[in-house]
Design a protein around this ligand. Structure first.
Ligand SMILES: CC(C)(COP(=O)(O)OP(=O)(O)OC[C@H]1O[C@@H](n2cnc3c(N)ncnc32)[C@H](O)[C@@H]1OP(=O)(O)O)[C@@H](O)C(=O)NCCC(=O)NCCS
Length: 162
């Protein structure tokens, strides 16, 4: 997709249809697609910024959520002052391989850099993307591989230059 239009909203700003579409696509990608059986959705959704791209019919085709690790946690993250995180990075299967994942991830980094005072972004990354998508965005691996939700993960950090 060329020049995707990004939407960024708090939970309370989402329309009911946007929320439904986000939950449907996250369930499709993570529960059906990757057989992750950990709770989805979760309470962190209430305190996240939700970044997404919609198709012409209004369905969400690319998504990620961002939150301040100083005040919000989920199953993957501990309280970490000075850091924001990005999670639930997802593109619908039929839309993959066209640059949308890279574009929405770059937009998430840009949004956090310009709209928060975070010093760094810390992510719990699925290992298969560590050396590609996330390394290309400037993230560095910190520590060893660990198992999360039955999938190999690595902790990765991007220092924000101010
Ligand atoms: C990861 C995901 C969001 C990528 O979406 P996408 O739109 O296909 O990504 P792009 O086309 O922008 O590709 C961006 C880069 O991601 C990397 N990438 C994409 N799929 C990959 C794969 N299966 N294995 C390794 N790297 C991959 C590539 O480096 C690619 O860059 P390149 O084309 O220059 O080599 C999508 O495959 C997805 O939703 N996967 C399932 C959910 C998931 O794993 N989320 C991440 C949780 S940490």
């Amino acid at each position: 997709m060329k020049n995707p239009q990004f939407h960024v909203k708090t939970f309370d700003e989402l329309t009911l249809r946007e929320l439904h579409s986000i939950y449907v696509m996250r369930a499709l990608v993570f529960t059906v697609g990757q057989q992750i059986t950990e709770q989805e959705p979760d309470d962190a959704d209430l305190d996240c910024m939700h970044l997404f791209v919609k198709a012409n019919d209004g369905c969400v085709i690319a998504y990620l959520r961002m939150f301040d690790l100083e005040t919000v946690t989920d199953d993957s993250h501990e309280i970490t002052p000075g850091a924001w995180t990005i999670g639930r990075v997802a593109v619908l299967p039929e839309t993959r391989g066209t640059g949308l994942g890279k574009a929405i991830f770059a937009e998430g980094i840009r949004w956090i850099s310009e709209n928060t005072d975070a010093q760094r972004i810390e992510i719990s990354a699925q290992q298969y993307l560590a050396g590609t998508l996330y390394a290309a965005a400037g993230f560095a691996q910190v520590g060893d591989v660990y198992l999360e939700a039955g999938i190999d993960h690595v902790h990765m950090v991007l220092e924000i230059e101010r």
